[in-house]
Design a protein around this ligand. Structure first.
Ligand code: PA5
Length: 421
């Protein structure tokens, strides 16, 4: 059974039905068989192995041994990777409160680089370079900069550097071989943004003491028995997009899940923002928000501004693991806020999520809620796996390829000439 639970009431209300006007002719049966071909038929022209790779239980002993070896020689793991080679692990560590052991260098930002290293004992760091293509400029340049620091400080990089890339291809692979570095591989048929459950995500997680067995178990549970509303939701989201609602705002109601929103933002945007068969651009633009903060920032727009947004809420049923303070307000605060007296901290935040959904519903704006049981490895595994399935299901309904990203190549081609000019 799925660990997740949707409430789609506000997506199927009369007001939202009126926005959609008529239910579009998306064919579930066809889309489901397309989904199956996308995820089960390796010989199909559009295919990703993210499901198959994850469902077959692989031996993680080497990966765990490598994480342990790195832990012995380093307090902080510096990860050079970007996009799908960074955001997944970054977001899981934020959610679990384990970010302090891993430094992610994704952008080429000298301020961030220098300030981060100023806090570190270089001799107690290790370096993990993650790039499926093995040639992404930001990742390789950052890795070279870290190695330059090692060299200047007389630290041998070889014993403390690990590569995660594609087996047998790319400059990172060749360089790691030449230097005899420990290496792990992202399966060829698993795309970057779907690679969280490969060594690209699992190695940094294991280094930070995340229980990756539980994480994978949660993901597998979800893939084996998806949340039952996956397809009705995918269909409704596509209908709303066709009806002109071209923005999907993501509202985890927990600061520690904001990075999950950034991960999902990439997954959704890069997978679904495509040219459809008729050449027309499709996809809803994903916007990572966070509750309750963005009630004081973006909610006004969602209630009264351009009516183009659908809002996804992600709430925690239980805040087990957090000290949940019982609100105790000074008397003078009672006139306005007395209703919160004696309530739990988390109870107020969850009520704010409900109130925001209520407000959107009152003005006929579509929203839906995904309830996560609690913040632990197993439930997070389910959440991430589900987000991948939902994205691919939407792609199957749109008849686009959710696994490529041809649009991002144009800028990469222009870049050398910009530097030369
Ligand atoms: O989803 C994708 O394929 C991209 O976001 C990549 O993850 C990102 O561009 C990094 O690529 P690479 O892992 O090849 O360095």
């Amino acid at each position: 059974m799925s660990l997740l639970k949707y409430n789609l009431e506000n997506l199927f209300s009369d007001d939202v039905q009126a926005l959609v006007r008529h239910e579009s002719g998306f064919d579930f049966k066809e889309a489901k068989s397309r989904f199956e071909s996308f995820t089960q038929d390796a010989s199909a022209s559009i295919y990703s192995g993210y499901r198959e790779d994850l469902l077959k239980s692989s031996d993680l002993s080497e990966l765990k041994a490598c994480a342990e070896k790195l832990q012995k020689l380093a307090d902080v793991l510096v990860v050079c990777g970007i996009g799908g080679s960074s955001l997944g692990a970054q977001s899981v560590l934020s959610a679990l409160g384990k970010s302090s052991k891993v430094l992610f260098l994704d952008n080429l930002d000298s301020f961030h680089f220098e300030r981060s290293f100023a806090q570190l004992d270089l001799g107690r760091t290790a370096l993990l370079i993650i790039s499926k293509s093995g040639g992404t400029i930001e990742s390789m340049v950052n890795a070279a900069r870290v190695m330059d620091l090692y060299k200047t400080s007389g630290i041998d990089f070889k014993e403390r550097t690990v590569a995660v890339t594609t087996d047998g291809a790319g400059s990172l692979y060749s360089w790691a071989q030449e230097n005899n570095l420990d290496s792990f591989y992202i399966p060829q048929l698993v795309g970057g943004r779907f690679s969280l459950m490969t060594p690209a995500g699992l190695l940094p997680l294991a280094f930070a003491d995340v229980n990756i067995d539980y994480f994978l178990a949660g993901a597998r549970q979800e893939l084996n028995a998806p949340e039952p509303q996956l397809w009705p939701l995918a269909k409704r989201l596509n209908e709303l997009e066709v009806a002109g609602m071209g923005v999907l705002t993501l509202w985890p109601y927990a600061s520690v899940l904001f990075d999950w929103g950034r991960w999902f933002q990439q997954l959704w945007g890069e997978s679904l923002g495509k040219r459809a068969k008729n050449g027309v651009g499709v996809g809803s633009f994903p916007a990572a928000c966070v509750g309750a903060n963005d009630q004081h920032s973006l909610l006004q727009f969602l209630i009264e501004g351009s009516p183009r947004c659908v809002s996804m809420f992600v709430c925690l049923k239980s805040w087990e693991g957090a000290e949940d303070w019982m609100v105790s307000l000074p008397k003078s605060f009672h006139s306005k806020l007395g209703f919160s007296q004696g309530r739990k901290y988390s109870e107020i935040l969850n009520a704010e999520a409900k109130a925001t959904q209520g407000a959107l519903s009152e003005v006929g704006r579509p929203s839906f809620e995904l309830l996560v049981e609690k913040l632990d490895e197993t439930n997070l595994g389910a959440l991430y796996a589900h987000a991948m399935d939902l994205t691919v299901a939407c792609g199957a309904l749109k008849e686009i390829n959710p696994f490529d990203q041809p649009g991002v190549e144009i800028g990469k081609k222009i870049l050398p000439s910009v530097l030369e000019s």
